[in-house]
Design a protein around this ligand. Structure first.
Ligand code: D5M
Ligand code: FE
Ligand code: ZN
Length: 489
């Protein structure tokens, strides 16, 4: 039965993580369940996870139908692409360059002027992406739009979202010329796709005599043309980890040691790993949440980083590590966060590069956007249907909005820099985040999206909030083939 399942996966050119395989194998007809899951998803995921299975089941439930019996696999299915031989990381020179990072460029002091300049920068960066959309051809500024009596099209930032007494929704949309109230009827499909305060959107609508604009379309910048993965000549791999939380009593030392020893072993995939991205929260930090000291094994921040440096010292020298901070690290919490300071960085070997959060960089020409993921908390709290168990949904919403943290004034502290570093200006090939201590790997419009797990067991806080972590899993992406796998320790 197990083999039939693996066969069925291979026919689809898909991989599945151990949880998903265990779940499917536990069903009476694993292949039938697999086929119905795939039928519900848009396209075959890179690595099938429990998240996909739950999403498919939810879609099936929403459609008011039980998961349907599978279409019979047939000869028209594409055969899986051949895995090119994995390159050995020791035999390939590193090609790494930072493309966009606030480190060394922060100018803000948090004055009122800074804030208006910051939001103007957001509008100036996302506005042109929207103007390129077919639906918004002929859009005008809001001052002009308010004088028109026919259909209007304009672009602006959402200054406010409010519910009317009857339960409809009104957005105050603003540009540099004026503000317009945009009405979303609860009976319209638009109502199902909630708008967050401070996102930049396009509106197609009709004005009423009272000056309200009835929305017919709300346009997101999104990704216009799905990308093809730029498979590189050298088939080396990038591994993604996050939220190591060294210094916490719940740091999973044994699992970490198993990972480090695998990295030093003879496994072909391990030997192909040339880059290791650490997406923030390498330490648990000090004073990050109330009564944290009771959960700390190391209660000095430098001692925590010294321990991280020791642990990373055991990763092979030929692996280039790219380390960004998270909300537990020793830099300002407001995003964009600069790289960890020199007095921390100097504790580490030279194969560790410190970058800011977020950071865009390339490896062998493949563009990677790495973000710790604090704003996933805001997505979970503000968008119905989001959940900590499915972080990739939140990452998709970021790509649709071309912004890593659209909501200002939520759980994500934002520093009003002159340029909005949280705008996703160029579409990356790979987008990685951590923070929610879950794991997943998928694709959205050609962008590989990755959530990079954790090395911390469930904390008391997470237990209280029923957040179930998926620790000690390592998503690994091969740059030569564009294929991914998730290795569990
Ligand atoms: O966050 C780890 C996970 O726990 C992440 O899903 C958010 C959640 N978490 C932790 N602390 C809080 C607070 N105070 N509010 C809301 N959610 C929280 P980490 O940053 O690694 O501690
Ligand atoms: Fe964390
Ligand atoms: Zn975090």
């Amino acid at each position: 039965m197990h083999e039939r399942l693996l066969d069925a996966l291979a026919r689809r050119g898909a991989l599945a993580d151990p949880d998903a395989i265990a779940y499917l194998s536990s069903r009476a007809d694993p292949v039938a369940v697999l086929e119905s899951v795939i039928a519900k998803l848009e396209g075959v995921p890179l690595v099938l996870t429990m998240e996909h299975i739950q999403r498919a089941q939810e879609l099936a439930r929403k459609a008011g139908q039980a998961a349907r019996p599978p279409p019979v696999a047939n000869a028209t299915l594409p055969s899986p692409p051949k895995l090119r031989d994995l390159a050995r990381a020791t035999e390939v020179d590193a090609q790494f360059a930072v493309v966009r990072d606030v480190t060394g460029k922060s100018t803000c002091e948090g004055t009122l002027d800074d804030f208006s300049r910051y939001f103007a920068s957001r509008l100036a960066m996302i506005g042109p992406m929207l103007r390129a959309r077919r639906e918004l051809v002929g859009s005008v500024d809001i001052a002009r739009a308010k004088k028109l009596t026919r259909e209007v099209r304009f672009i602006g930032m959402v200054a406010d979202v409010r519910a009317t007494k009857k339960g409809d929704r009104v957005l105050e949309v603003e540009d540099e010329t004026d503000t317009a109230p945009v009405f979303l009827s609860q009976t319209s499909d638009l109502f199902k796709d909630p708008v967050l305060p401070d996102e930049v959107i396009g509106v197609v609508g009709r004005p009423t005599e009272k000056g309200l604009i009835i929305a017919e379309q709300v346009v997101r910048p999104d990704i216009l043309t799905p990308r093809a993965f730029p498979a590189t000549k050298d088939a080396v791999s990038v591994a993604f980890i996050s939220d190591v939380h060294v210094g916490s009593k719940t740091f999973l030392r044994e699992k970490w040691d198993a990972f480090a020893s695998w990295m030093n072993g003879t496994d072909e995939v391990a030997q192909s790993i040339k880059y290791l991205v650490l997406a923030g929260d390498v330490v648990d930090g000090i004073g990050v949440y109330p009564r944290q000291e009771e959960e700390l094994a190391i209660d000095d921040i430098f001692a925590q980083y010294e321990e991280v440096a020791r642990l990373l010292g055991a990763i092979p020298d030929h692996v280039n590590m790219i380390l960004l901070p998270g909300n537990h690290d020793a830099v300002r919490p407001a995003e964009p966060q600069p790289a960890l300071p020199q007095d921390v960085a100097k504790l580490f070997d030279s194969n560790v590069t410190f970058v800011g959060n977020p950071c865009s960089f390339t490896v062998h020409g493949v563009r990677i956007l790495a973000y710790h993921g604090r704003s996933l908390d805001d997505f979970v709290y503000s968008l119905p249907g989001m959940s900590y168990a499915r972080p990739l949904d939140g990452m998709r919403e970021m790509l649709r909005r071309r912004h890593l943290a659209p909501l200002y004034g939520g759980k994500t502290p934002i520093a009003p820099e002159a340029e909005d570093y949280l705008v996703i200006d160029e579409v990356p090939d790979v987008f990685v985040a951590g923070h929610v201590h879950a794991v997943g790997m998928d694709e959205y419009k050609g962008v590989k999206i990755v959530n990079a797990s954790t090395w911390q067991a469930q904390t008391a806080y997470q237990k209280m909030h029923n957040i179930i972590p998926q620790p000690a899993r390592v998503p690994i992406l091969n740059l030569g083939t564009g294929r991914g796998t998730i290795k569990e320790f």
